[in-house]
Structures are given as C-alpha cells and as structure tokens.
Design a protein around this ligand. Structure first.
Ligand code: ATP
Length: 326
C-alpha cells in the first residue's frame, strides 16, 4: 500500500506525526509519499497545490491529510474542494459516537454517521463575483445524488437498515430533486427512510441525537451539521472522516488548522488517529483498526488527554501513548 501524507497547515503539522506514530506501530510496510500542500505553500509560492502534487497523489492508493487553512480570500481556492473534485471523492463519511470519559454537552447515547455528498451542491465551484453582486450556483445532479444515496444505503444495510434524508426541499428545487432521487434509491435498496428539513435536523440533533443512525445530505448542509455533531460528540479534536470515491480515498480529521492553538503542541491528535483507523478499515485491515479503537479507549479511560479534554498532556504524549498500546 502506498499513501500520500499531507500534514498541511497549523495543527495539521502537529497531529500528523502523532497519527503516523500510531500507523508505524503496526509495521505494515506502508510506503509514504510526503507532500507539502496548503496555505503555507500558497504564501510562499503563490500556489497551494500544484498539478505535480495531484499527479503524485494519483500514484498512491489514498491520502492521509492533516488540516489546511482556507482563508476567506476570493483569490484562494480551497485545496480540499479541488482534491475532492479531482479525485472524485464523492462520499464524505463522518461517524459520531461518544468516547470514554468525554464530557458531552447534551445527554443521551448516540451512534450516527453523516453521509455528505462531497463534489457538488453549494461547493460545485460555479461562482461569479461582480461589483454589486455575487453568485454561487448550487448544482445537484442525478448521477451525484444516486451514487451518494447508494453509499448511504450500503452503510444503512450494514447497520439498522434505515436512513434519514436531510434537505430543504420545501424551499429549494435542487433539494426536492435530491430528495426524490434519494428516496428512489432507498426504495430500490429496501432501505427504510424518513426525511428531515435541515433546520429541524440541526435542532433535533442536539435534543435527540440517539434517534438517528445514517444521515444522508448535500454538501454544505453536511459540512455544517457535522461541526454541530462534533460539538455533540465532545469536540472537533475527536472526530475523524473519510472521503471516498470509486478509485481513491482521503482520510482526515474534521477539524481545520486551528490557528488559535497551532504551535503550542496541545492539539488533540485523536481525530487524526481515528482517521488512520478509518483508512485501515478501508484497506481491509480490520484487526489493526479495532486495536486503534481499543487504544484510544484506554488512554481516555486513564484521563491521559490534551487540554481540550481537561488533561495536561501534549499532542505528542497522547500520540505516543496510543502508539504504545496498539
Ligand atoms: P480553519 O480556518 O483551518 O478552518 P478554524 O480555527 O476556523 O480553522 P477549526 O480548526 O476547525 O476551525 O477549529 C475550531 C475550534 O476548535 C478552535 O477553537 C480550535 O482550537 C478547536 N480545535 C480544532 N481542532 C482541535 C484539536 N484537534 N484539538 C483541540 N482543539 C481543536
């Protein structure tokens, strides 16, 4: 197996070594291709990602990604959006469940997965910026909706056989189209479903997170709901994600580059380490993936944590402790 390693910016550079120390502990002989991509590179060279980087990534089986700063500058194009499109990573899979000893802001047990369409919707990249107006075109296609709905159905079948389709079909035509395609795919797969308007979903997710299992939604809604879900699950430092296509995959923590804590060595590496777990699961290394889960459980049980979880340990301390236990 050959992986591209992209630490990125800010805490990406700190959580990646911790994640790699866990991966290396398995001695799987995985070949790594280190790439510098991100805002730092853009500041230095005027380009955040080059065609050569994409070509090198295409020679790998998948990408392990840290975090990248995306400044609110209209001249800067999001690297992640480009990678998701170029590699056609259409399914963004984000699991959420409480981890050991993590204080949760809401009560109740839960275990749900957000399945977010990752290549179109509000992030289609069709935009116009004029003097007095700006336009963003929200593109939702049959192909894009069908394939993400198929992904959600196959996950639902391995779980409870049910999914919740989240949309704003009462206002947006593009979403009534998405809803209709998704319900068709659910019926064809014999997966039961219910529907939620995204605003009601944002509200109910906090009140009754335990009601949900597989949530299927469009790009921007999935982006926002998953940060909300991360708060419910105890913090961004704990939540991993997978971006999956038919050929390539990219694994990354949900969090960004967290400039407010970057350089201090206190970022929680668990989200990045659980992203390694998702990568190993994807690669069929189920035993190794399970042992990461157990090791994370064990350090949390001992309250061996970074400051976001109330502990006094560093990113590296926690990474090494998990690496020792796998
Ligand atoms: P970006 O501009 O790259 O998206 P951001 O700061 O806007 O960065 P996040 O990086 O997602 O967004 O961070 C949001 C908040 O969560 C910040 O206060 C950050 O410190 C905190 N946070 C994010 N990741 C972690 C982590 N791994 N450990 C501890 N705190 C984290």
């Amino acid at each position: 197996m050959k992986i591209a390693v992209v630490p990125g910016d800010g805490i990406g550079k700190e959580v990646m070594p911790a994640a790699l120390s866990v991966l290396d502990a398995f001695g799987l002989g995985i070949e790594k291709v280190n790439l510098e991509i991100g805002y730092g590179k853009w500041e230095r060279t005027g380009s955040a990602i080059m065609d050569d980087d994409i070509a090198l990534i295409r020679e790998c089986d998948c990408v392990l990604f840290g975090a990248i700063t995306t400044p609110p500058d209209p001249n800067y194009k999001s690297v992640l959006v480009r990678l998701r499109k170029e590699l056609d990573l259409y399914a963004n899979i984000r699991p959420f469940k409480p981890l050991k000893n993590v204080n949760l802001p809401c009560s109740g047990n839960f275990d749900f997965i957000i399945v977010r369409e990752n290549t179109e919707g509000m992030y289609s990249g069709v935009e116009e910026l004029h003097e007095d107006a700006a336009y963003t075109t929200r593109i939702v296609t049959r192909k894009g909706s069908e394939r993400i709905a198929e992904r959600a159905c196959s996950l639902a079948k391995k779980r409870k056989g049910h999914m919740t389709i989240v949309h704003k079909a009462n206002v947006l035509k593009s979403d009534s189209f998405f809803r209709d395609v998704c319900t068709g795919v659910a019926k064809k797969n014999n997966v039961s479903f219910n529907e939620m308007l995204v605003d009601a979903m944002a509200y109910d997710m906090i009140l009754h997170p335990g009601k949900y299992d597989v949530l299927l939604t469009t790009n921007l809604f999935g982006d926002i709901l998953s940060d909300e879900a991360a708060a419910i699950a105890g913090g961004l430092g704990l939540c991993p994600s997978a971006n999956i296509g038919d050929k390539y995959a990219l694994f990354e923590p949900i969090h960004g580059s967290a400039p407010d804590i970057a350089g201090k060595g206190i970022a929680n590496p668990i989200a990045a380490i659980l992203s390694v777990k998702m990568m190993l699961e994807w690669a069929g290394k189920t035993e190794e993936a399970m042992s990461i889960d157990k090791a994370v459980d064990s350090v949390l049980t001992k309250h061996f944590t970074t400051p976001d979880l109330g502990g006094g340990y560093s990113t590296q301390d926690v990474g090494e402790a998990i690496a020792r236990l796998v």
